[in-house]
Design a protein around this ligand. Structure first.
Ligand code: NAP
Length: 255
């Protein structure tokens, strides 16, 4: 590996938005760590990126497990010699009415979607200081406006926006930038799981598209390239920001 090659660590990097992000950074010459619980998809992506001439490493990582997070980050930093970008992307979704959610439901979603990004941020910080790197948190439009049955998810994502601002302030003296992206409806594994619970997935998908001003559901690449942009010199003055990438979904007053 070239000593100067920049390195990115993508949680949930094996599938959906994380996979597109890993592919995007690899195409831009980054060494990529795919940190995910899905071993088979992670290894498949590692091999695909290597075949295209990139440096890539899959490390099985559960962002809920503090020891696992520290070990994975240490392994990635040892492998690539540096860390320039952390993408806190791993997340799970749960549709359940507030009063019907159990404390385990609540704990599981908060653990993955909020405590996980905190742990990765905490343990990546020292390495990011050395490169004046940056962190991108993948939140959701649900952090800003909710559907019914999203209490735990929306709360975790709103918390992630607060973590973004707080960490941006803490890390600004070290020139480490922290930003968040709020994706709208993006066609990924998460969306596939949701559609699988619906009786008519095709019509749900076309009604989603109809409710989005740009007239289509988003693709993982729509998010990946904004993640990449936030790490470039063009975004050098952006920190603590929340960027909504939703095809105009939140701009429309639904009355
Ligand atoms: P996805 O297709 O389900 O992919 C998420 C990946 O993260 C999967 O490989 C998943 O593995 C992995 N993962 C789950 N829990 C993990 C953990 N504890 N540690 C490490 N990896 C874990 O999801 P996505 O739609 O790309 O979502 C990515 C992010 O975007 C999430 O934070 C999500 O909340 C956010 N987002 C998505 C949408 C959307 O419409 N898709 C909209 C707004 C925000 P398994 O498949 O084995 O669980």
């Amino acid at each position: 590996m070239k000593q100067s090659q920049r390195a990115v660590f993508v949680t949930g990097g094996a599938y959906g938005i994380g996979r597109a992000t890993a592919q995007c950074f690899s195409s831009q010459g980054y060494a990529v760590t795919i940190a995910d619980i899905d071993e088979s998809r992670g290894k498949m992506l590692e091999s695909q990126l290597r075949k295209s001439g990139g440096n890539a490493l899959f490390i099985r990582t559960d962002v809920c497990d503090e020891a696992n997070v520290t070990e994975s980050l240490a392994q990635a930093i040892t492998e690539w010699g540096q860390l320039d970008v952390l993408v806190n992307n791993a997340g799970i979704e749960l549709y359940r009415r507030t009063d019907e959610s159990t404390s385990e439901d609540w704990g599981g979603v908060i653990d993955t979607n909020l405590r996980g990004p905190f742990l990765c941020t905490k343990y990546a910080f020292t390495a990011l200081c050395e490169t004046k790197g940056s962190i991108i948190n993948i939140a959701s439009v649900q952090a800003l406006a909710c559907e019914p049955n999203t209490a735990a998810y929306a709360t975790a994502k709103a918390g992630l926006l607060a973590l973004t601002r707080a960490a941006a302030l803490d890390f600004a003296p070290f020139q480490v930038r922290v930003n968040a992206i709020c994706p709208g409806a993006i066609q990924t594994g998460m969306m596939e799981s949701y559609l699988a619970t619906q009786s008519d997935p095709k019509s749900i998908l076309s009604s989603f598209a109809g409710s989005i001003p740009l007239g289509r559901v988003g693709e993982p690449d729509d998010i990946a390239w904004v993640v990449y942009f936030l790490t470039t010199d063009a975004a050098a003055y952006i920190t603590g920001a929340t960027i909504v990438v939703d095809g105009g979904l939140l701009a429309r007053l639904a009355i």
